[in-house]
Design a binder for this molecule. Structure first.
Ligand code: NAD
Ligand code: TYD
Length: 350
């Protein structure tokens, strides 16, 4: 039997990872540790909440004492660490929270794992889930590989880069059995509507302006969230200790092109005349330090561990729009309360 701690399991990607592990590995005990910040939502996991191998722990990775006690009590065999502050725009207005959660929180987990495993690393694993944003920005050509030099530009990516460095340092200094993956932009069900795709679906629903940063020419490489979860499964079980894997969809889109596809799909599903929602597109001031292009070379993961994304983007975006339109209550719940303040601070009175 294996006891695995998944941090941030009530968030977007974490909830898909928890679901996959709870269902696929009934012999494992899965512990989901989450602080339930604005981005964490137990509704994301209601289908697995009553499974006997699932356990929820409300807690904060920045609380060092609590984390040490938890590890001592539960004696986890593995950690899959996803808990983080994850939105670039929030990192621009509140950088310190990103340092505390993403850097200090990660180091607390590393210390606790090191303390309970005490150099006996047989069967143990600390998996740190990171982002391609640590590599900085690409021009029109080329891809991020595992060898690309770190060059973060936003407080978010700088905090993730720093946490990656700590994870590698604990491997090199103490021999901690770590593994890291750096993934491109995810999309799919349960993503908080501050990120591009769910924000725009929600705004289209409410006939609100679609705030496109700058000229809309920035490029992102989009991966369906369940494909990221299967990559995490494969890497957790089969990746060699100390290694890094890039995860991506080979699916690059200029923001404006993606937004037009999104408008078309949502209009069709809402029975609106084609072209209705494109009229909501509004160009706004660019994000400060806005990275031009991200594109991942995930050939190492494909070659060494046989992982491939299962969905084409066209299928993924249909599934995603279907999910948000048939889970309006979820959208309404997460956008009530503090969301209104965030929106006003970020986008004014649009
Ligand atoms: P998210 O913001 O949706 O979820 C983060 C979760 O962490 C939430 O449930 C939140 O409650 C929890 N959390 C935050 N602070 C915490 C704390 N101090 N203690 C305990 N729990 C805390 O994030 P996401 O998009 O699901 O991203 C998950 C991870 O994957 C992050 O580490 C992120 O950097 C990484 N990542 C995200 C993407 C993406 O496109 N979203 C891409 C690559 C990598
Ligand atoms: P986002 O979903 O925030 O992910 P990231 O910044 O981590 O890549 O943004 C995706 C792209 O969409 C990015 O280039 C910024 C852009 N964007 C907008 O144009 N308008 C918006 O309101 C948001 C949230 C993002």
């Amino acid at each position: 039997m294996r006891k695995i701690l998944i941090t941030g399991g009530a968030g977007f990607i974490g909830s898909h990872v928890v679901r996959l592990f709870v269902n696929k590995y009934p012999d494992y005990e899965i512990y989901n540790l989450d602080k339930l910040t604005y981005a964490g939502n137990l509704e994301n996991l209601k289908d697995v909440a009553k499974k006997p191998n699932y356990h929820f722990i409300l807690g904060d990775i920045t609380n060092d004492d609590f984390i040490r006690q938890l590890f001592l009590k539960e004696q986890f065999d593995g950690v899959i660490h996803l808990a983080a502050e994850s939105h670039v725009d929030r990192s621009i207005t509140h950088p310190n929270e990103f340092v505390i959660t993403n850097v200090v929180g990660t180091v607390n987990l590393l210390n606790a794992a090191k303390a309970i495993w005490k150099d006996n690393y047989e069967g143990k694993r600390f998996y740190h889930v990171s982002t391609d944003e640590v590599y900085g920005a690409l021009g029109d050509e080329g891809y991020f590989t595992e060898e690309t030099r770190y060059d973060p530009h936003s407080p978010y990516s700088a905090s993730k880069a720093s946490s990656d460095h700590f994870v590698r340092a604990y491997h090199d200094t103490y021999g901690l059995p770590v593994i890291i993956s750096n993934c491109s932009n995810n999309y799919g069900p349960n993503q908080f509507p501050e990120k591009l795709i769910p924000l725009f679906i929600n705004n289209i629903r409410h006939n609100k302006p679609l705030p496109v940063y700058g000229k809309g020419v920035n490029v992102r490489d989009w991966l369906y969230v369940e494909d990221h979860a299967t990559a995490i499964d494969v890497i957790y079980h089969n990746g060699a200790t100390g290694r890094t894997f890039n995860v991506g969809g080979h699916n690059e889109w200029r923001n404006i092109d993606l937004i037009k596809v999104l408008c078309k799909v949502v209009d069709r599903k809402l029975g609106r005349e084609a072209g209705t929602s494109e009229k909501l597109i509004t160009y706004v001031t660019d994000r400060a330090g806005h990275d031009l292009r991200y594109a991942i070379d995930s050939s190492k993961l494909q070659r060494e561990l046989g992982w491939r994304p299962s969905l084409q983007f066209e299928e993924g975006i249909e599934k995603t729009v279907d999910w948000y339109l048939s889970n309006k209550q979820w959208l309404d719940n997460v956008t009530s309360g503090n969301y209104q303040n965030y929106y006003k601070e970020m986008y004014g009175n649009r």
